[in-house]
Ligand binder design. Structure first.
Ligand SMILES: [Zn+2]
Length: 491
């Protein structure tokens, strides 16, 4: 259905309402209810045991590490962690769920009432509520293609059965596809900082379903929602939501009704398709899991986890903006991952002037990496190399022009800065009389500027420094040069 007939006026009459459900696999060594390895990419059906493939009589034992990770995630997302939560059986039949039920949490999840703050278009922030975070086990995988008889058969890999998951459900607070994108970006960043998941979307460690409906602006009651599944990147989720919002508005405008259904995103065609109607919605017949006692968390445990929380991305950015004199965009670059921010700060603290380290990293290194299409991890110049460069600049041993030249060589030969500096150590003119001679020549050639300087326009000192630096081919010692130029002009 082409959405071309929708004018901005018509679109503006409607308000989208979006809620997101995110599944995150936890980075535990073993599965949530048994001792099998929790590992992606093993040969099919090698990390399985009677518990995770649901053989009769096998009993689940809750993995303490999974509880710790779920608690950390909950606290980082500003949730209230319940001191008592209940595991429940969610009953349904599917070939990749051999038990016939999934152990999940239902009316008593581990955490509720959290929020994430996202930036808005007008520069302020908006709180998106988190309804709940609950723990559950993942199901196995049905493999529908890749085999010679795939046309007739479906293969099963049960390695994923029992992988620990957190499901994070947002309130229906999201109003635009951009807000959904921001929410997911923040959520992923926070989870990565806490270290509970690798959030690798290609490997399915982070999966997102979106509920979306539209309603006439001003109307309180929600419209009928569709659930969009099978979207494997944040960009595609934004695109799927944009498509789905227009599809629903067009349907209503042409006198139709939105059906409550599950729709799949097709990235190649850039549209969603109806997968199944919710008319025959599942009745999961939830009931408390009889093989697991209630999960009870003590105040001591919760306090310990609270103390374990790292400085979270938003707080860290605010502090680093102040500490290193950064703008918002640069702070975002430096805090893109906790590991990178840690490496930067550990290095910066050892430098004479930490702000210089930030500066070289962002402008000189960042610019060269961009030009080559390289990632920060692929930089030939180490953090220690940047610190050396910053210190050399700081005490005037090299000029910024010389630094640029040395970094060009480092990137050219893919060598770290200290090695390049040792070999190419730029000649510096530190002979006072040689520099004075050059200054005299520049002064003689620019009588007008000298006059202006002496009439009070002292900012012109920079002009003379620049001219002499040029004449010295960038080799004059900058500190000495500055000092001598002022002396000559004043004299
Ligand atoms: Zn197992």
């Amino acid at each position: 259905m082409p959405a071309a007939a929708l004018t901005p006026d018509i679109l503006a009459k409607y308000e989208p309402v979006i809620g997101l459900e995110v599944h995150v696999q936890l980075l535990t060594e073993t599965k949530i209810f048994c001792g099998c390895a929790n590992k992606f990419g093993s040969d099919p059906n090698t990390n399985i045991c009677p518990v995770c493939i649901g053989l009769p009589g096998a009993l689940p034992v809750l993995n303490a590490k999974a509880v710790e990770f779920a608690t950390l995630a909950s606290l980082a997302l500003n949730c209230t962690v319940n001191s008592r939560s209940i595991f429940a059986r969610k009953n349904y039949f599917y070939p990749d769920l051999p038990k016939g039920y999934q152990i999940s949490q239902y009316d008593k999840p581990i955490a509720e009432h959290g929020f994430i703050e996202v930036p808005t278009a007008n520069g302020s922030t908006k709180k998106i509520g988190i309804t709940r975070l609950h723990m559950e086990e993942d199901a196995g995988k049905s493999i529908h293609d890749g085999f010679s008889d795939s046309a007739k058969r479906t293969y099963l890999d049960l390695n994923r059965c029992g992988t620990p998951l957190c499901e994070i459900v947002s309130d229906p607070d999201i109003r635009t596809p951009d807000e959904a994108f921001e929410y997911l970006t923040r959520l992923k960043e926070i989870l990565l900082y806490t270290g509970v998941s690798d959030c690798n979307m290609e490997e399915g460690s982070l999966r997102c379903d979106a509920n979306v409906s539209v309603r006439p602006r001003g109307q309180e009651k929600f419209g009928t929602k569709a659930e969009v599944k099978n979207v494997n990147s944040f960009k595609f989720i934004r695109a799927a939501l944009e498509y789905e919002i227009e599809r629903q508005i067009e349907l209503i405008e042409s006198g139709g009704r939105v059906a409550q259904e599950t729709r799949l995103w097709n990235a190649d065609e850039g549209r969603t398709y109806s997968m199944r109607s919710k008319e025959q919605a599942h009745d999961y017949r939830y009931f408390p899991e009889p093989d697991l006692p209630p999960l009870v968390l003590t105040a001591e445990f919760l306090n310990a986890k609270q103390r374990e929380l790292p400085e979270l991305p938003e707080a860290r950015r605010a502090r680093m903006i102040a500490d290193y004199d950064l703008n918002e965009k640069d702070a975002r670059t430096l805090t893109a991952s906790r590991e990178f921010a840690d490496r930067f700060e550990a290095a910066a603290r050892t430098a004479k002037n930490p702000r210089r380290v930030a500066n070289i990293l962002l402008s000189e290194i960042g610019g060269r990496l961009n030009a080559l299409g390289l990632d920060q991890n692929e930089s030939p110049v180490s953090m220690a190399g940047i610190v050396l460069a910053a210190d050399l600049l700081e005490n005037g041993a090299i000029s910024s022009k010389q630094l640029k030249g040395l970094l060009d060589i480092a990137f050219d030969k893919r060598e770290d800065f200290p090695a390049v500096y040792e070999r190419e150590k730029p000649q510096q003119i530190t002979d006072t009389s040689a520099i004075e001679t050059m200054i005299d020549e520049v002064i003689a050639a620019n009588p007008k500027q000298v006059e202006q300087y002496r009439a009070g326009k002292t900012t012109l000192a920079g002009f003379f420094v620049g001219q002499v630096m040029k004449a010295s081919k960038g080799q004059a010692n900058p500190a000495l040069l500055n000092q001598l130029v002022t002396k000559k002009l004043e004299g």
